[in-house]
Design a protein around this ligand. Structure first.
Ligand SMILES: [Zn+2]
Ligand SMILES: [Zn+2]
Length: 124
């Protein structure tokens, strides 16, 4: 169905434009500008499909509602979470030198880093 495909690609476009992880309701707010009449159920369905096809990734961090971002397997990054407004930002790159704090004899396969704080709008 071309209509569904169109909604899905406009949702992906909005994610690309925003360039940061977003919640489904944030996505709905922004995508509604391009696709009036869009509903939250449609956004959820589109996201499910985008995750399934590897175009998007669901980010689940404790204390924060699930966010989604455009998935790029070559783009390794981490997140900053504002504890006040629960906005998530992408950190530029990775410090990545975790080997020296690893228990002896262990090997890293993957890692996640989340920094919590207050964003520039919430610092006062
Ligand atoms: Zn904030
Ligand atoms: Zn990293």
């Amino acid at each position: 169905m071309p209509h569904k495909t169109q909604q899905r690609s406009s949702i992906l476009e909005v994610m690309e434009e925003l360039g940061r992880p977003v919640t489904p309701s944030e996505l709905l707010k922004h995508a509604s500008v391009k696709s009036p009449g869009l509903g939250l159920a449609t956004v959820y369905r589109a996201l499910k499909q985008l995750v399934k096809t590897g175009k998007s990734r669901k980010i689940e961090i404790s204390g924060v509602p699930p966010h989604y971002e455009v998935f790029d397997k070559n783009d390794h990054h981490h997140f900053f979470v504002c504890e006040e407004c629960l906005t998530m930002s992408v950190l530029d790159g990775c410090i990545g030198s975790f080997n020296k704090i690893l228990p002896a004899g262990c090997r890293i396969k993957s890692h996640e880093v989340v920094i919590y704080g207050e964003c520039k709008d919430c610092v006062s």
